[in-house]
Design a protein. Structure first.
Length: 610
């Protein structure tokens, strides 16, 4: 009998697997602004190298397409070349024997339609329209364009207060964002080419924890102008902060008892401790921003009255109302919107859920906040009911993992069909229709019913977290354009028929992240300043440490740890633990300082806000 041997990977296979992983890291860390035509060429060459070469469409056709793209990049192509490329790509798609050839040709074909202007620019003007306007990936991907390499270097040097000052130049909520920012800046961090992205949010949190109280910069001389800001959420407060620094007296109108908007009344304390939110708000109010509480626009004061009293009015009311399921019986007792549920908790109006079964419909961060809050209020069983898969949830992966660790049940691929309401008009359950994944549309798998019978999920409390809306009635009556539940502005945040009135943030863009609301506030504050006849610039005189020339050897990423699930689920204290100073210095040392090396050396200075 012949002896069998265990099939071990050959050395070549191991090396090739390592090369593929290296390529994957490089693709992941490719910065924004790359030429799409050159990217098409690189992808086409990769596909061409992987085909078997047996069929003519792949062996010859892909080679021809590659040469055409090279001619475009080298300035040797004409407009007729694009027509030939399009026909060649379609021919390969129709005749290739394998998926590699088809997908490679399809990618080129889609590019010829989707970014044809880039091809034309290369042919007619011999240049690329995607030049590096911002060569530092983390700064480019931060909606507020915070100087991330700068404050990371300051944290590495132990200058935590200076790090907070630098962050506040572009983001007046450094502490808040250290806790809850979705950190898009980390997505294309070039450190991915070495090992893993730098923990940028964790370093911001660490700087906020160790800096102590940091006063805001001095305001410019008073301009004598007065501005009203409607809404004391992150967008309204950010705009007020920058306008006050410019010398314009700003007054914030807030309908609730305290400032913060959804930061205070939408995000639970275990994610964002409210005393830490107050640290940011106190710094904003120290600039001289005035606040009027308990006044609701359209009820206690009108937009016309504010226009008469102020030189400019900014609408930043956010998205603070809920969307409905549209099912019969939705007004039954025990059915709450996630917005109202979380707001009540924020107001200390605690609901006793001891021994109850709670179901939450939705798969976003708000639904995660709702289920984890319900668990802390004593619910015996808490379930998320979501019509898609876990992979399709819009909630941050860390939030989903945290909910599961705390005992939350995920019931996915179940679409709400009808409500079961008892004779006392109280919810007692929900019928859901089983779903299955289907065709991929716009990069996301769609769903359709499986045809199976509806499933019954009993619950004592049903919380709906399927999205947020804004209150537009008063603004429509005042003549402000509204469409699809959003205030419609020009690109500058203004209205053609109402000079001096501006809008920005969630009420104009739709619900978005905190950092996006802050970014929108920066833009609209600059536009208000210009409207009033000024061009203020906000500077930061913090000196950034020179980059170290030490070797960047591979090093693991420091992630923030969390309190044990069995302990944290019993209270509303903060879940995450901060980095130690030793961990922060190591993590900061992993930064490749893209702001100094390579194209980053040519990037704009740190003097201006915009």
């Amino acid at each position: 009998m012949s002896r069998l041997e265990i099939d071990l990977p050959k050395r070549a296979e191991v090396v090739m697997e390592g090369l593929y992983k290296d390529l994957e890291r490089r693709i992941e860390s490719s910065p924004p602004g790359l030429c799409p035509v050159d990217m098409a060429r690189a992808f086409l060459e990769l596909c061409h190298a992987q085909t078997c070469g047996k069929c003519v469409p792949c062996r010859i056709g892909l080679g021809q397409l590659n040469q055409f793209i090279k001619d475009v990049l080298d300035g040797n192509a004409t407009m007729e070349t694009l027509d030939v490329m399009e026909q060649t790509a379609k021919s390969i798609m129709e005749s290739a024997d394998c998926a590699i050839g088809y997908e490679a040709a399809r990618m080129v074909y889609k590019g010829l339609i989707g970014y044809r202007d880039d091809y034309v620019e290369h042919i007619q003007n011999g240049r690329c329209t995607c030049a590096y306007s911002q060569p530092v990936p983390c700064v480019s991907l931060c909606p507020a364009h915070v100087d991330i390499p700068g404050y990371v270097a300051l944290v590495g040097a132990g200058r935590y207060a200076d790090a907070i000052r630098l962050i506040r130049k572009d983001n007046p909520f450094p502490t808040t964002c250290g806790f809850i920012c979705e950190h898009p800046c980390e997505a294309r961090c070039r450190r991915n080419m070495v090992d893993d992205s730098v923990n940028i949010r964790g370093l911001k949190r660490m700087a906020a924890d160790y800096a102590g109280e940091v006063d805001p910069p001095a305001c410019a001389p008073s301009t004598g102008k007065k501005i009203a800001v409607l809404g004391g959420g992150p967008g309204g407060l950010s705009a007020a902060y920058y306008l006050q620094l410019m010398g314009h007296q700003t007054t914030v109108y807030e309908m609730l008892p305290e400032l913060g908007g959804m930061l205070r009344y939408g995000i639970p304390n275990y994610r964002l401790p409210k005393d830490r939110l107050d640290d940011d708000i106190k710094a904003i109010l120290k600039t001289g921003v005035e606040v009027k509480y308990g006044l609701k626009i359209g009820q206690d004061i009108s937009i016309q009255e504010l226009r008469d009293q102020y030189d400019a009015v900014l609408i930043t009311i956010g998205a603070s109302t809920d969307k409905k399921l549209g099912l019969e019986g939705e007004d039954a007792d025990g059915i709450l919107s996630a917005v109202q549920f979380l707001r009540n908790v924020g107001k200390k109006q605690i609901m006793d859920l001891s021994g109850k079964h709670v179901a939450v419909i939705g798969g976003g961060n708000v639904s995660m906040d709702a289920v984890r809050t319900a668990k802390r209020l004593g619910a015996e069983k808490v379930s998320i009911v979501y019509r898609r898969r876990v992979a399709d949830m819009t909630a941050l992966p860390a939030e989903i993992e945290g909910a599961v660790a705390e005992g939350i049940e995920l019931q996915t691929l179940k679409a709400p069909a009808s409500l079961d309401v008892d004779e006392n008009h109280h919810i007692r359950g929900i019928y859901v229709t089983p779903q299955m994944v289907s065709a991929i549309k716009d990069g996301r798998a769609s769903i359709r019913p499986t045809g199976e019978k509806d499933i019954y999920i009993p619950c004592d409390v049903l919380i709906v977290a399927i999205g947020q809306n804004i209150e537009t009635k008063h603004f429509e009556e005042a003549g402000i354009p509204v469409a699809r539940g959003k205030i419609v502005t020009q690109s500058s945040g203004t209205f053609e028929n109402m000079p001096g009135v501006f809008a920005g943030g969630d009420c104009a863009s739709g619900p978005a992240s905190v950092i996006k609301a802050i970014a929108a506030a920066k833009v609209v504050a600059a536009n208000i300043d210009e409207y009033l006849g000024y061009h203020h610039q906000i500077s930061c005189d913090v000196e950034i440490p020179e980059p170290s020339l030490h070797d960047r050897t591979p090093c693991g990423r420091v992630n923030l740890t969390e309190r044990e699930a069995c302990e944290r689920v019993c209270d509303f204290d903060g879940v995450e633990n901060c980095m130690t100073e030793k961990e922060a210095k190591q993590e900061a040392s992993r930064c490749l300082r893209c702001d100094h090396f390579g194209f980053g050396i040519f990037k704009g200075g740190r003097e201006t806000l915009w």
